[in-house]
Write a protein that binds this ligand. Structure first.
Ligand code: ADP
Ligand code: MG
Length: 189
């Protein structure tokens, strides 16, 4: 039940040689799920195509295999769900539901502009889960730009204060893996 991974991706299928900005030892350690046992957060940051979603799905799968309840959602779907629940007077119920999985994976924060009320709703979710249950968030925007992502610098600071307190932040650099073959065949410079 839960999880809802958008695709099948594994750590075995991740080419660490192609991504030298990632420490394979750190990923292996994350795969043990100990950080989830401790309610820590994990941020995977970097430009499009560098493997953020791949690693989020693969680590989510490892967590499921170790008996943790996991829910995977896109940031857009999460925010839409929170906004609708709020409008329907069911925010409390929704926050309770989203607080249950031991690991909540939120993919692609920052790709789409957020609704003005979303920052406050997201803050409530982060506060609920803080020090109790883990969050894995992927974003194409560095945390220094999350004020713009949320359209609210004060809310972004409060969100990051909690997320970063017990956390690991992995910033992935490099070119898109998707465009690798095109570059190799000379289609791209
Ligand atoms: P992001 O979420 O950072 O935009 P993805 O994780 O979706 O990028 O990666 C884009 C595609 O390239 C996916 O199909 C993914 O499986 C693949 N990919 C990215 N990096 C690697 C890698 N180091 N080894 C194997 N496949 C990779
Ligand atoms: Mg992605």
């Amino acid at each position: 039940k839960l999880a809802r991974f958008p695709c099948v991706r594994t750590l075995e299928g991740f080419d660490f040689d192609a991504q030298p900005s990632i420490d394979p030892g750190q990923i292996r350690d994350l795969a043990t799920g100990r950080w989830i046992g401790h309610g820590q957060a994990l941020l995977l940051l970097g430009p499009p195509g560098v493997g953020k979603t791949h690693l989020a799905v693969a680590l989510g799968r490892e967590a499921v295999d170790r008996g943790y309840t996991v829910l995977f959602t896109s940031a857009a779907a999460l925010m839409a769900g929170l906004t609708k629940a709020h409008a329907d007077g069911r925010l409390e119920e929704k926050l309770l539901q989203l607080s249950k999985p031991k690991l909540l994976i939120i993919d692609e924060l920052g790709y789409l502009p957020l609704e003005p009320a979303a920052a406050h709703l997201f803050f409530q979710l982060v506060s609920r889960r803080y020090e109790r249950a883990s969050m894995l968030i992927t974003s194409n925007r560095p945390v220094g730009e999350w004020g713009q992502v949320f359209g609210d610098a004060v809310a972004a600071t409060a969100i990051l204060d909690r997320l970063l307190h017990h956390s690991q932040v992995i910033t992935i650099r490099g070119d898109s893996y998707r465009l690798r073959d095109k570059r190799r065949s000379g289609l791209l410079q």
